[in-house]
Design a protein around this ligand. Structure first.
Ligand SMILES: [Mg+2]
Length: 271
């Protein structure tokens, strides 16, 4: 397992917080057509592409490796990334290829100001399982928060993980009933939780706002704490808000485990 990012930023980590973000179904949904559809379908696809491109700024199309990709960004994602970058050093950690990851990160962060070259991808992980591992991130685990829609991807770092509801746009008939808004959607709730983590870590009353400067957020003079302990403390104080973030992206067994944990927490409160 290589360490692509570690050597570059080891000296910069200091006491800053780090946020490691998955891509697919966390920040967007991307579908691909492989092999390319027949001519007639391709024509209608192109027509749909032009129609969508004219009316939507959050849907993108591109061709790569002989496939056609269509990407729908998660609502609120750009604002989320911008505000989160004021509090955390952001990394992408995906099981997609490096070429795919770079292409998608460019859609999310065209200027490169948010992620820079901090992208960990499939080529950096170890086969055959390609489990994601914090050893590839040049921060101590006590400084890292992970956000991913797939908890099984992080078998060794579950304590640092916030499992976010899986984002589905294409073919999801129930999507119109899901709240993905800037006030109550999964990314909005996540941003609020991250703000609380940051505030507790640095003992400050920092408010998440676009006016906060990057210089202020990178003030790393406060003594280091353990972000895992802070997350656990906040969970109990917020009556399991992290469980609510987690519930809908889980498979059956993971859901049962999460449900059992939530029920135990409720029992602890009433007994
Ligand atoms: Mg994912």
């Amino acid at each position: 397992m290589s360490k692509p990012a570690a050597s570059e930023e080891r000296e910069e980590q200091s006491d800053c917080l780090c946020l490691v973000l998955d891509l697919d179904h966390t920040l967007f949904e991307c579908i691909s057509f492989d092999p390319p559809p027949p001519t007639q379908s391709l024509q209608s696809l192109v027509a749909m592409r032009i129609s969508l491109s004219q009316s939507r700024s959050d849907i993108f199309w591109f061709q790569q490796f002989g496939k056609i990709y269509c990407v729908k960004l998660r609502p609120f994602v750009r604002s989320f990334l911008q505000q989160a970058s004021f509090m955390f050093r952001l990394y992408v950690f995906t099981n997609g290829s490096r070429a795919y990851a770079k292409r998608l990160v460019h859609l999310l962060d065209p200027t490169g100001n948010i992620f820079g070259n901090r992208i960990i991808c499939r080529e950096d992980s170890t086969p055959p399982d390609y489990h994601k591992d914090l050893c590839l991130i040049p921060f101590a685990a006590s400084q890292v928060v992970i956000v991913d829609d797939t908890p099984s991807a992080w078998p060794k770092d579950a304590k640092n993980l916030i499992v976010i509801e899986k984002y589905r746009f294409f073919g999801d008939v129930a999507r119109s009933y899901k709240n993905e808004s800037a006030s109550g959607g999964p990314l909005a709730k996540l941003l609020d939780f991250l703000c609380r983590i940051h505030e507790a870590f640095f003992d400050g009353g920092m408010e998440v706002d676009a006016r906060i400067s990057a210089e202020k957020s990178s003030d790393c003079s406060t003594p280091k704490k353990d972000v895992v302990q802070i997350m656990q403390s906040l969970e109990s104080r917020l009556s399991g808000s992290r469980c609510r973030l987690a519930a809908s992206g889980l498979n059956r067994n993971e859901f049962i485990v999460t449900l059992q944990a939530a029920l135990l927490k409720i029992l602890e409160c009433i007994t």
